[in-house]
Design a protein around this ligand. Structure first.
Ligand code: ATP
Ligand code: MG
Length: 205
């Protein structure tokens, strides 16, 4: 990655709910790649999850907002939730590219999302518009993906970066199931998010 431009981190996700896996990936990426800030962008209507029931975007946005309040390098943007219909990363990257012409965009993902990039809409544009930081996530190996990348898009290898972060086998799916079953979620996510879940009665059904 060049050092000529300031770097902007983008952390996309459903965040249903936000948990420590997201925060650790974003914070380690910020430090390791010298990102000026990380903007969390909760999805509006996620294309990969259209068959699942997703919590209203306002609640997911609010949980991110509460979780990041004490990190001066973290921001949350309603960019995708304010848009009608599906949110594709390529559209978001185009908007951010226009808004921050002087910055190098760096999209942060976990290893699971990282290795799925070929399924994303308009992958060539996606790879051209941004660098990608794939944070390690227990259970998701990226070797096959990197081999495919080498075959299909060798020109973008310099855009793809792997980052080892302290492994957290935490997922939003597991947290939702825990709430439903009455199991504890404390210490898997910030207290402010846990309180919001209780206050709103999320994930009980
Ligand atoms: P779900 O189980 O609903 O898919 P999730 O925990 O995977 O939720 P997402 O909102 O889907 O969370 O993920 C947003 C981004 O954060 C993705 O790039 C994902 O790979 C990354 N991420 C989520 N959890 C972790 C984790 N424990 N370690 C590293 N990266 C993570
Ligand atoms: Mg996920």
């Amino acid at each position: 990655m060049t050092k000529e431009k300031g770097r902007l981190g983008i952390m996309g996700g459903t965040f249903d709910p936000l948990h420590y896996g997201h925060l650790v990936a974003a914070e380690m990426a910020r430090h390791e790649f010298d990102l000026e800030k990380v903007i969390f962008i909760p999805t509006g209507n996620p294309p990969h999850k259209e068959n699942q029931k997703v919590t209203p975007s306002q609640d997911r946005y609010e949980m991110v907002k509460r979780a990041i309040v004490n990190n001066p390098f973290f921001e949350v943007s309603p960019l995708e939730i304010d848009r009608e219909g599906y949110s594709y990363t390529v559209d978001t990257l185009r908007i951010l590219h226009k808004k921050y012409p002087e910055h190098q965009l760096c999209f942060i993902t976990g290893a699971d999302a990282f290795r799925e990039i070929f399924t994303w809409k308009d992958v060539h544009s996606v790879l051209s518009l941004s660098h990608f930081i794939g944070a390690s996530r227990p259970g998701f190996d990226t070797n096959e993906f990197l081999e495919e990348l080498e075959r299909k898009y060798p020109e973008f290898i310099p855009h793809m970066h792997l980052l080892d972060v302290p492994a957290l086998a935490i997922s939003s799916t597991d947290i939702r199931q825990r709430v439903k079953k009455g199991k504890p979620i404390r210490y898997l996510l910030p207290e402010s998010v846990r309180e919001y879940i209780i206050e709103k009665g999320l994930y009980l059904e």
